[in-house]
Design a protein around this ligand. Structure first.
Ligand code: ZID
Length: 238
């Protein structure tokens, strides 16, 4: 059978979950990547059987998720995180020795107590790739079903640089991903740079299909999704 990694599953309402089910029904082994801040609640809900009803496959069996990996798609490697620490280092250089001790203690405290990320490790993209390689050797199918547009409800005209870059950083991808027609047509309400992120995703899909196709015989596609009332879509208010 094939082994599939689906990035962007944190509940049973989104495209990632539905795609995982279809692949499981077709006989694939399922691995998922879950955004670190959502990991605990997803894993405990899974354990407590909260998703059992929606795990039922057409043959009556339950979809089995072999492993849930914590991930954050906006960080490539540990050097990229956490940014507040490099900001604090900058303060050290600016303000001199006096603050050095306080800042060291403070930054240690802050990293240790960042509740959303504490308790998980190896969740940057590069580390995740290494973990999957170590656990399973290889995968056959990669699904990118994640997006994060913090300012999606704001028109592009009013979107901040940070909001725009955040949307682009988390919402591009490869292999099989999900896009939206707002990349080429004006859809009022799809703001915050998400229309730009989807245009970049479609362009990257074409280039990646050419490059990865020639180099590794990997097919790269994106599917323009219809409306689904997922957690992400609720933020848009469609
Ligand atoms: P979802 O909330 O189930 O999935 C998004 C996932 O991304 C969540 O699990 C998040 O935890 C995760 N995530 C966010 N940031 C990060 C990060 N930094 N690292 C790792 N994970 C992260 O929502 P979904 O199923 O709607 O989204 C899946 C994909 O489908 C996304 O690429 C969407 O942009 C795309 N999509 C969804 C819809 C829709 O209706 N749900 C549409 C088009 C594309 C759409 O908006 N008419 C009106 C609207 C639409 C289509 C037609």
């Amino acid at each position: 059978g094939k082994r599939a990694f689906i990035a962007g599953v944190a509940d049973d309402n989104g495209y990632g979950w539905a795609i995982a089910k279809s692949l499981a029904a077709a006989g694939a082994e399922i691995l998922v990547g879950t955004w670190v801040p959502a990991l605990n609640i997803f894993e405990s809900s899974l354990r407590r059987g909260k998703f059992d009803e929606s795990r039922v496959l057409p043959d009556g069996s339950l979809m089995d998720i072999t492993k849930v990996y914590p991930m954050d798609a906006v960080y490539d490697s540990p050097e990229d995180v956490p940014e507040d620490v490099s900001f604090l280092l900058h303060l050290v250089l600016e303000e001199g020795k006096y603050y050095f001790c306080c800042i060291l203690i403070f930054s240690f405290f802050q990293v240790k107590t960042n509740k959303r990320y504490a308790g998980s490790s190896n969740w940057t993209v590069q580390e995740l790739v290494e973990s999957v390689k170590k656990d399973f050797g290889s995968i056959d199918i990669l699904v990118h079903s994640l997006a994060n547009g913090p300012e999606v409800s704001k028109p592009l005209l009013e979107t901040s640089r940070n909001g725009y870059l955040a949307a682009l950083s988390a919402s591009r991808g490869s292999s099989i991903s999900l896009t939206y027609i707002a990349s080429e047509r004006i859809i009022p309400g799809y703001g915050g740079g998400m229309s730009s992120a989807k245009a970049a995703l479609e362009s990257d899909t074409r280039v990646m299909a050419f490059e990865a196709g020639r180099k590794h015989k990997v097919r790269v596609n994106t599917i323009s999704a219809g409306p689904l009332r997922s957690r992400a879509a609720k933020a848009i208010g469609f």
